[in-house]
Design a protein around this ligand. Structure first.
Ligand SMILES: *[C@@H]1O[C@H](CO)[C@@H](O)[C@H](O)[C@H]1NC(C)=O
Ligand SMILES: *[C@@H]1O[C@H](CO)[C@@H](O)[C@H](O)[C@H]1NC(C)=O
Length: 240
């Protein structure tokens, strides 16, 4: 009788225990998933914040690029306008320079007035006699550049001789800048090419801040680029 009571009591309690167990499992799962979800939420929020920042950065960059683009478009517009306006007068200038009138007849020459022709090049020998008209290497190159040319680039032995023959001395004004200077420990021509014949600068290492002069019958010498010297410009001759 007692045993029967007990077992029926146990039997009546069993479903309750199962219920409790299920409840505990549910609560456990809920706590676990809440934790996971909130952690994920935090991660998502951080990622979202990052993305928003990136988007803002990109927007700013985009705006800058847009401004640059507009500026460039404006510059191109200005260039095009001035080129269109300029072209006739430029053509006239070229014709007057290269095809001067001689006794009422135009005759075309490979080099402009004031320029000497040698091979396929034109040379301007700039030999001022006053100290204030001499130039540093940089200033000399600027002068050449303003005349649509560069300091002379010597590519052959014949050209080296030509430069030597035309480096006329006057008193102590004997040095002529050529388009050669030290760049990163190497002798480099103004057109970006390397010095072909190293013997031309033998025993003179390419020290930064040093540029090269031609001295008649003495060869080439490396001197401080800020020295004031005479200079030789060169440009391609026109084929006529
Ligand atoms: C100058 O520009 C105008 C307008 O673009 C063009 O019609 C003309 O052919 C140009 N002239 C020369 C010499 O290039
Ligand atoms: C070149 O000369 C200037 C002026 O005398 C001087 O300041 C500079 O240091 C010199 N440069 C080199 C590389 O010697």
């Amino acid at each position: 009788m007692k045993a029967h009571k007990c077992s029926s009591f146990t039997r009546s309690l069993a479903p309750l225990a199962v219920c409790w167990l299920i409840l505990l499992v549910i609560i456990g799962l809920r706590i676990y998933f809440t934790a996971v979800i909130s952690e994920n939420n935090a991660r998502f929020t951080a990622a979202k914040r990052n993305l928003i920042m990136k988007i803002e950065e990109l927007n700013a960059q985009n705006q800058e690029l847009e401004m640059d683009k507009n500026n460039l478009a404006e510059q191109i517009q200005t260039l095009e306008t001035s080129w269109k306006k300029f072209n006739t007068s430029r053509a006239q200038w070229s014709i007057d320079e290269y095809c001067p009138t001689n006794k009422g007849k135009r005759e075309c020459v490979p080099c402009q007035k004031g320029w000497a022709t040698s091979g396929s090049n034109c040379y301007a020998i700039n030999d001022p006699t006053k100290y204030e008209n001499l130039r540093t290497w940089e200033e000399a190159q600027e002068d050449c550049s303003g005349k649509n040319s560069d300091l002379v680039v010597v590519a052959t032995e014949a050209e080296k001789n030509y430069v030597n023959d035309n480096s006329w001395p006057k008193g102590n004004l004997i040095q002529y800048w050529i388009g050669l200077r030290a760049v990163d420990g190497k002798w480099k021509w103004i057109d970006g090419s390397d010095l072909t014949y190293n013997s031309w600068m033998s025993g003179q290492s390419a020290v930064g801040g040093y540029c090269v002069v031609s001295i008649q019958n003495q060869g080439w010498k490396s001197v401080n680029c800020t020295q004031k010297n005479r200079w030789i410009c060169q440009k391609k001759a026109l084929s006529v």
